[in-house]
Design a protein around this ligand. Structure first.
Ligand SMILES: [Zn+2]
Length: 168
């Protein structure tokens, strides 16, 4: 028997320098490579584990998609909600539905706006909740003055726009 590696064909002087693997004889280097390839095969095709490099690519892609979606949504919200700010507080806010409280989305929007301005997250939360409380009390006060609901709504929207403006 000729003592050589089945893959690279390197000749060795002793049999013990060849590794037997799956019925073949390989030099140490090729045997390691083969084992590594097999491990890779198992990881990829059996376990479904991808190479870190590929994973990074996938992660990066997902991250970018997520950011793009976020940005898109943010712009969408801004388009809806910033209109009254641009026009000023006195203009009737058409895009806002008639309700005298801050919606979940509006709160989120304000929160993000503050964050973007560099305020710490905790502070943003506090500011949003104090804004919510302020507007709640404001509406309560108007209702106590027996203002008509339409008037309450209008004044609320104005006050809301003013508040937002001060954060713009
Ligand atoms: Zn070899």
């Amino acid at each position: 028997m000729e003592l050589k590696c089945d893959i690279c064909g390197i000749k060795v002087d002793k049999l013990k320098r060849l590794k037997k693997l799956n019925g073949g004889f390989y030099c140490k280097k090729c045997e390691q490579k083969k084992r590594e390839e097999h491990r890779e095969f198992l990881r990829r095709n059996v376990l479904g584990i991808k190479k870190r490099k590929e994973l990074k690519k996938i992660w990066e892609k997902k991250r970018k998609e997520k950011e793009a979606a976020k940005e898109k949504q943010f712009i969408k919200k801004q388009n809806i909600q910033e209109k009254p700010i641009i026009k000023g507080a006195k203009v009737k806010i058409k895009t806002r539905q008639v309700h005298c409280y801050l919606t979940h989305d509006e709160r989120g929007f304000i929160f993000k706006k503050m964050l973007k301005q560099g305020f710490p997250e905790e502070e943003c939360k506090e500011r949003v909740s104090s804004m919510v409380k302020y507007l709640k009390d404001y509406v309560k006060g108007l209702r106590e003055q027996k203002k008509k609901e339409q008037e309450v709504s209008r004044r609320f929207n104005e006050e809301f726009a003013r508040l937002i403006e001060s954060y713009a």
